[in-house]
Write a protein that binds this ligand. Structure first.
Ligand code: HEC
Length: 114
């Protein structure tokens, strides 16, 4: 019986972890696409082609399986340089942290369009 209890708690824990990493909700995807379009990101980033900055596909690929949401959120808001080339990514302090976090999650999950 004890063993079953342990097994069950392991399964439960796995569920919690899985839910925590679940895909973005449909309304979050809509919001993220709007944030991308409204904050000038699209001048330098595209879904599949490298522009001034890396494509979302490239970014998602590079960080696949890594827990970098906080780091990427920080880059989006405070700027970053040297990971993809010499051109810096500009600071966007005007984007609220929760919106930058959503953008980071969205980009890292492959930037779904709908
Ligand atoms: C003026 C052009 C420009 C704009 C506008 C811009 N970026 Fe960038 N972005 C870049 C460049 C260039 C890089 C590569 C920086 C590097 O080499 O580390 C980059 C890198 C990134 C990365 C990868 C960061 C990393 O550490 O790997 C993310 C994510 C990103 N940008 C998101 C955004 C978002 C979201 C917006 C809109 C709020 C945005 N960018 C607006 C040019 C831009």
């Amino acid at each position: 019986m004890k063993k079953i209890g342990k097994y069950l708690s392991a399964v439960l824990l796995l569920c919690v972890v899985t839910v925590a990493q679940a895909q973005l909700k449909p309304n979050e995807i809509v919001t993220a696409n709007a944030l991308f379009a409204d904050n000038g990101c699209s001048g330098c980033h595209d879904f599949a082609s490298k522009l001034v900055g890396p494509s979302w596909q490239e970014v998602a690929q590079r960080y696949k399986g890594k827990k970098v949401t906080a780091k990427i959120t920080n880059v989006i808001r405070s700027g970053g340089q040297g990971k993809w080339g010499d051109v810096p990514h500009p600071a966007n302090e005007g984007i609220e942290k929760q919106n930058a976090t959503l953008l980071a999650k969205w980009i890292l999950s492959g930037a779904p369009q709908n």
